[in-house]
Every structure is written in C-alpha cells, then in structure tokens.
Design a protein around this ligand. Structure first.
Ligand code: ATR
Length: 270
C-alpha cells in the first residue's frame, strides 16, 4: 500500500485525509493518507524521514509551502514561478514539487460557470495563498489581473515574476480605478474575523466574489459582497477539493470525480 500524508501547522483542521481516502476508494487505488503536525523548524527533517520510510508523496499546507519549494530537486513551472509547493512526489530519492492550488481554484470557478478569459480579475493578498494561484489565473488569459495587497511591495514582487503585460499590482484604495468581473480574496484577514479593506464601490451587481477560505458561515468578505449585491459569492471548499484531485492525479495518474465528496463536506459543515 502506498503511503501519502499532509504536513502543516496547525493540521488538526485538515480535510485532506478524508478527501484523499474517499478518492482512493472511488478509484480503487490502494493508498494510505494521513496528516502530521510539524514543528516549525522540523519540516525538512520530517519529509526526509518519510522518504526513507518509503513514503510516495505529500501535500504541504501553511506555513510550509515556501520551504517545500526550497526542498525540491525538480519543480514544475507553476511551482517555480509561484515559489510555493503544495504537492511533493518522491521518486528514487528525489523530490518533485508542484502546486495544484491554482488549478483547483480555476476548476472551481469554471464549475460555477465563471468565465475568466478576457475578464478583469482582482486578486486580494500577496502571501502564499495568492502566489500559488497567479500562474493558473494567467493561463486563463484574463484581460487584466490586478494583485492588490495591504503591503503593495509584496504584490509587486509577485507581479515581477511574470513577464505579462496584463498583470499589475495595486493598493487596496487604488482598485477603485478599475472595474472587475471577478474578485478573489486570498488574504488571511477573514481568519481573524475581518473583511478586506477594499473600496466598497468595486463590488457591483455583476461582480463575482470568491473567497479561498470556507466555513460554516459566509466568510466576512463574502458576507460584505453579498450585502453589496454581488452577482455570486463562492467559498473555497471547491478549491480545496479541486487541488486535492489534481494532487491525486499527479500521484496516481487517475482523475477522481469530485461532486460526491464536495456534497459530503458541505453537509458536514452545516
Ligand atoms: P497565506 O499563506 O494564507 O497567504 P500569508 O503568507 O501570511 O498567509 O499572507 C497573508 C496575506 O493576507 C497577506 O497578503 C497579508 O497582507 P500583508 O502582506 O500586507 O501582510 C494579508 N492580510 C492579513 N491580514 C490582513 C488584514 N487584516 N487586512 C488586509 N490584508 C491582510
């Protein structure tokens, strides 16, 4: 039986074992997948130990995605550009790194009939979560992708990674100079119960708002968007399942179906 695992700190909340074990049953793959809490200074040690024990791969969640990137012998283009890795694969003692967060996000948006090609997209935040999705968003060929952050210099660092004309950084205030079709919250503001301090007028009746975070109740950002009359508000549960499905595909070369586990997780939230 092949062994996989997710690393993070904290990790208790992680739904990845439930998702991957459901995928394994669905696709008749013989795998074991569990979660492990990692002390902040022990990431490299625990990964290398897992490799020696015969582990086949691992998911990486906060705060280790950047460290995971450093640890890899080989990186996919999207992992290299984002500087963050959420999927490790181990082959013959070498570590391969990829980032499936952006694919998970884009697929979830597509499954909600959200169009990205030739659209104007606003990405809020410039931490690990934002970095991980820029590559996949640009692949959808938006007319414009603005990365806005409280600390604008961090947004500019992300923009500098991409030689595209259609990606720019901004302060939150300056986002009012544009009209957006889709606004994606990748800040961690909601985790402390705060909404994002963006100008309220950028959320209009046609705007679709997405929060990478999910929970039982609407996140503060989505609550604000709903109150302002946004066309659609979508939380990040589908992105979570989507990125897991892409990791599973990398490891097992089988694409799992995601509707059933989505329904199960959504029901467990309510
Ligand atoms: P993650 O891995 O979740 O992205 P992170 O790398 O710590 O976590 O990044 C957190 C992001 O949320 C950053 O963009 C941060 O803004 P700064 O770069 O200016 O710190 C943003 N953020 C966190 N709390 C916020 C708040 N209350 N208002 C606005 N942005 C916030």
């Amino acid at each position: 039986m092949d062994h996989y695992r997710v690393y993070g700190n904290p990790i208790q909340q992680s739904k990845s074992p439930i998702i991957h074990n459901a995928f394994a049953i669905q696709t008749a793959q013989s795998i074991q997948y569990d979660k492990q809490l990692v002390k902040l200074n022990e990431f490299e040690h625990v990964v290398k130990t897992f490799i020696l024990e015969g582990g086949k791969g691992a998911n990486v969640t906060a705060p280790f995605k950047e460290q995971a990137c450093q640890l890899c012998d080989h990186l996919s283009d999207r992992a290299k550009l984002s500087g963050a890795v959420n999927t490790l694969s181990f082959h013959k003692g070498e570590i391969f790194g990829d980032n499936t967060d952006g694919l998970g996000l884009v697929q979830d948006l597509i499954s909600h009939q959200v169009k990205l090609a030739n659209k104007k997209i606003l990405l809020l935040g410039a931490g690990g979560a934002a970095k991980g999705v820029v590559y996949s968003l640009l692949e959808q060929k938006p007319e414009l992708l603005i990365v806005a952050n409280r600390t604008v210099a961090k947004a500019q660092l992300i923009v500098d990674q991409y030689p595209h004309e259609n990606i720019k950084s901004s302060s939150f205030d300056d986002t009012s100079k544009f009209e957006f079709d889709v606004i994606i919250n990748a800040t961690s503001a909601g985790l402390s119960g705060e909404s994002v301090p963006i100008p309220k007028q950028i959320i209009k009746a046609k705007t679709i708002c997405y929060d990478m975070v999910y929970g039982k109740a609407l996140t503060p950002f989505l609550k604000m968007a709903q109150e302002l009359g946004a066309a659609q508000v979508i939380d990040g549960l589908g992105m979570l399942v989507g990125q897991a499905a892409e990791s599973f595909y990398i490891w097992r070369n089988v694409k799992p179906e995601t509707d059933n586990i989505m329904r199960q997780l959504r029901a467990e939230l309510s």
